[in-house]
Design a protein around this ligand. Structure first.
Ligand code: ANZ
Ligand code: ZN
Length: 900
């Protein structure tokens, strides 16, 4: 028998596949669009890539074998900072840097045997692509969904660019440079995603089942619809001749209104801006506070301003409502949420309590809501300063006037209704979602196709002048550049106004790379269209979308928004139903963690060359011979635990690597990459390879003609007219093969999250067929050829080679174009075959399972008695059970079983 050399098989088959032309699309076939999130061309493929592309490749090959016309494209999310930073550091053209990286990664992708539609390839930095990104920008602009506005923006002083809120971490640092982010007021471009908020929320319901619930929840939270009330507080500004103004706050807890102790305003609330004009100390507080973290406890008391309780005029009985309360300026109050003002309830909100303790130095903190109803008793309702706020709902206590004893829900409603009558409150909803800030002050992005004219204002670039190309980089023009390079690109910057012809300037902002990725999946469907981003005939949603959970919020939300917008535009066929969604099924895959060795006493990460792995099960630290601590952690350079997928594939072959990566964890979970365990897959492949050779031997020595074997892909040819005529070995082989076909098919088709179980099912079938081969050559062929076809999407080279061994005639078509095996048996046949050689009967006595015995099989039940065994059948079963030693012992001899 030939030795199995997996890397050699890769070489042979990969070059055969590359030479093969992609079949022309067949309109008669059902279509499937399978897509993995396109990578950033960093230059090297990492294990996360390997995992995601293996999953999408398996699903894609499966649907091809199922007779679908599959779209499985690959492209490059090629704009963005790393290329520009490389250019600034090393003085190379970002386009060249990117192109080289793409080439390198493309070669690496071929090594993992992933089959992509390279004729659809795209890169978002290619003018042929970004021309259409610009077109889509203009479509939004024409519908007033793209606009420019002054905004307090996050500015990264290291990268010298504006960041989206999402790119700033909870502590106020840039996600990319790690720099402390500053707040600046600048004119920026926005997409009005908030216009689509209701649809973005509601249509999530229709994705349930196709998307993981966790991702749906993350999307819902990001949209953040909350119901509450706007409550109006009367404020007096003492210095301004006791000027009276109203301040609205947004609250989700009107039931806590009797516990209000202060009012807090955002840094740019109109009252604050006014007060700052004559308050030097406030001005310096504001400039400092702009860079405070969102959870800062800092505050500034507006000593000149007082607030009265909105209830004070309708509830005169409650003395504490008649007080004047302080007003603070607080960075924790967001200027762009709710009303930019908060009613402070220290007893029931943790942030309010921390702020109040810090800034008002209170002796105690009043409580108005309690876990249990206090009835009409008066309680001492204050908490000592050290206590925690009671943030749950509950019952209003004796401080709450006529609302005492009511539950929070009821009180909230009645309080707002009551205040509404005197014009002091309104039920409102509020959203967390903000418009999408899309402009970046960088070079390496799609230029915003707007020209600014002194006379006409902003003018869209006419379609015929698209694309607005980036200026060419001459020499090392970008080297050492700070700020936005486009602003100093004089020749590019100055142009004439498309409307009046006068001198004008180009917009120097480029678009957020999330704009590119919000529509690229539609371009793949019509990637060479010169006139349009894509034609209406080509537009369709993605059937399976596979990618990392790090994109669960923003990328998916932006893509859903743009898809909804486009599906109502002329780019889609007319009359699209509402509720259009771009990704029917979403597979969000977990991270790949690397095996990490640390020195137990110091916790120091060990270099690979410091660990002796001669015995993979017992690693030792070289020199000291101490056993290192092993853990699995996110791969990183500092932990020396990164694994290069191309090294793994060249060592073990792409097939074993792919099978191992699928087998090691369910798709959505963290995968602990342990190279030493890949031998499990290698052994399986070895057994399978031997099984194929043995099968080939028995086929050549049998009377079964090769042509028969090849012609026979359907069960009818192989199964005898009566199942009773099958030998025991054949029956078992057929049954095992049938069950595996059924489970593997169901899994890939409708629950790809369980792809790991596909591998274990295939291992089991291999073992079953190897240890108990079928007796007839026809059944042997049927089971082994089915196994190979089930294996083909996962291990395409090994399956192809085995197929070739099995089909010596050169006319045999490739396994990858053979049909997916259909199940072999009907349910009745499964029952008949399962009960051959006996059936198992469980014996329960008084509800306790005592034993299981095997008795001869009964003739198949007639259809009428399907509801359960008849009396006659029951008697028959009982007498058979009593014929077994164990059955007899339990049912006749152990009369004392109750005592056991
Ligand atoms: C009083 C109160 C008492 C509140 C209480 C909560 C608990 P969600 O659910 O996220 O919508 N809030 C309102 N506007 C704010 C702003 N501009 N910046 C910061 N916080 C603001 O949050 C709504 C709650 O967040 C509101 O309800 C308000 O505090 C605060 F025991 O009002 B609450
Ligand atoms: Zn003009």
């Amino acid at each position: 028998p030939r030795r199995l050399d997996l890397p050699a098989l890769d070489k042979k088959w990969q070059s055969l596949w590359q030479a093969k032309e992609r079949p022309t699309p067949d309109d008669a076939k059902p279509k499937s669009y399978i897509l993995s999130m396109f990578p950033y061309p960093s230059g090297t493929l990492h294990m996360g890539h390997l995992r995601v592309y293996t999953i999408s490749d398996v699903i894609s090959r499966f649907w091809k074998m199922r007779g679908h016309d599959v779209v499985h494209p690959m492209g490059w999310d090629a704009f963005g900072l790393p290329a520009e930073n490389a250019a600034i550091e090393r003085g190379i053209d970002p386009a060249v840097w990117t192109q080289e990286n793409i080439q390198r990664m493309k070669d690496q992708l071929k090594c993992i045997s992933a089959e992509f539609d390279w004729d659809r390839e795209l890169a978002t930095c290619d003018p042929d692509f970004y021309e259409h990104t610009q077109r889509i920008f203009l479509m939004l602009y024409q519908k007033n969904l793209a606009y420019q506005a002054e905004a307090l923006v996050n500015y990264d002083p290291v990268d010298k660019t504006v960041l989206a809120n999402e790119q700033v971490d909870a502590n106020g640092f840039s996600w990319r440079s790690g720099a402390k982010v500053e707040k600046l007021n600048l004119k920026q471009w926005f997409f009005r995603i908030t216009e689509f908020k209701e649809a973005l929320l509601k249509d999530l319901d229709s994705l349930s089942g196709g998307w993981p619930e966790r991702v749906l929840t993350m999307q819902r939270n990001w949209l953040g619809k909350s119901y509450g009330a706007k409550v109006t507080f009367p404020v007096t500004i003492n210095s301004a001749g006791s000027e009276k103004v109203n301040v609205d706050v947004f609250t989700t807890r009107p039931d806590t209104l009797y516990g209000v102790e202060y009012l807090a305003l955002s840094l740019n609330h109109p009252i604050v801006l006014k007060a700052a004009e004559s308050d030097e100390a406030l001005r310096s507080f504001l400039s400092e506070a702009a860079s405070f973290a969102p959870d800062s406890k800092a505050g500034y008391r507006l000593s000149d301003v007082e607030v009265t309780h909105p209830m004070c005029s309708i509830d005169m009985e409650t003395p504490h409502l008649q007080r004047k309360l302080p007003v603070f300026v607080a960075p924790y109050v967001l200027s762009d949420y709710g009303e930019g003002a908060v009613m402070g309830v220290p007893g029931h909100d943790t942030r309010d309590m921390l702020f109040f303790k810090e800034n008002a130095n209170p002796e105690s903190i009043p409580v108005v809501i309690e876990a249990e109803s206090s009835g009409s008793e008066a309680t001492d309702s204050v908490v000592p300063k050290s206590d925690k706020a009671f943030t749950q709902e509950g019952f209003l206590n004796s401080r709450c006037g006529k609302y005492q004893g009511m539950h929070s829900k009821e009180a909230s409603k009645l309080i707002v209704e009551h205040l509404e009558q005197i014009g002091q409150a309104k039920f409102v909803e509020s959203w967390r979602l903000r418009d999408w800030l899309i402009s970046r002050q960088r070079y390496w992005g799609a230029p915003i196709p707007i020209i600014h004219c002194g006379d006409c204002g902003p003018v869209p670039v006419p379609t015929k002048d698209l694309p607005v190309k980036l200026p060419k980089i001459e020499g090392d023009w970008l080297k050492g550049k700070k700020g936005n390079p486009l602003e100093t690109s004089e020749e590019w910057l100055h142009t004439s106004c498309p409307s009046c012809g006068g001198p004008a300037k180009r917009d120097t902002d480029t678009m957020d790379t999330f704009v590119d990725s919000s529509w690229y999946f539609l371009r793949f469907l019509d990637s060479t269209n010169k006139q349009l981003p894509f034609s209406p005939e080509s537009a369709q949603p993605v059937d399976f979308y596979i990618g990392g959970v790090e994109h669960a919020i923003l990328h998916l939300l932006y893509a859903r928004f743009i898809y909804k917008f486009l599906s109502g535009s002329e780019l889609f066929p007319a009359g699209q139903p509402a509720g259009a969604e771009p990704f029917k099924v979403l597979l969000s895959q977990g991270m790949v963690h690397g095996k990490t060795f640390t020195e137990p006493s110091t916790g120091r990460f060990l270099l690979p060359e410091e660990v002796d792995l001669t015995r993979p099960d017992k690693p030792l630290i070289k020199g000291t011979q101490v056993t290192p601590t092993i853990s699995f952690e996110k791969m990183s350079k500092s932990k020396y635990n990164g694994v290069d997928p191309t090294l793994t594939t060249s060592k073990y072959g792409a097939d074993a690597t792919r099978a191992h990566i699928l087998f090691s964890a369910p798709v959505s979970e963290v995968l602990e990459w342990d190279e030493s365990k890949i031998v499990g897959v290698e052994r399986w492949f070895g057994r399978l390879w031997k099984l194929v050779q043995d099968t080939q031997q028995s086929l050549t020595s049998s009377s079964l003609a090769t042509s028969d074997v090849e012609a026979a892909s359907s069960q009818a040819t192989f199964l005898p007219s009566s199942l009773q005529d099958l030998s025991d070995a054949d029956a078992e082989a057929i049954l095992a093969t049938h069950k595996t076909i059924a489970s593997v098919t169901t899994c890939i088709e409708s629950n790809p999250y369980g792809l790991n179980t596909v591998v274990s099912d295939l291992i089991k079938l291999t073992n079953a067929l190897a240890s108990a081969p079928a007796s007839s050559p026809a059944i042997t062929y049927l089971s082994v050829s089915s196994l190979l076809r089930l294996l083909a999407p996962i291990a395409p080279a090994l399956a192809s080679e085995s197929w070739e061994v099995l089909h010596t005639s050169s006319a045999a078509s490739s396994i990858l174009s053979s049909p997916w095996p259909s199940t072999l048996l009907t349910e009745e046949q499964v029952e008949v075959l399962s009960s051959r050689g006996g059936q198992t009967v469980a014996i329960q006595i008084n509800g306790k399972l005592r034993c299981a015995v095997t008795i001869p099989s009964m003739e198949p039940a007639s259809p009428q008695s399907k509801k359960g065994p008849s009396q006659e059948e029951q008697d028959w079963i009982l007498s058979r059970v009593l014929e077994t030693a164990e059955g007899k012992s339990w049912l006749c001899e152990k009369n004392d079983w109750e005592k056991r």
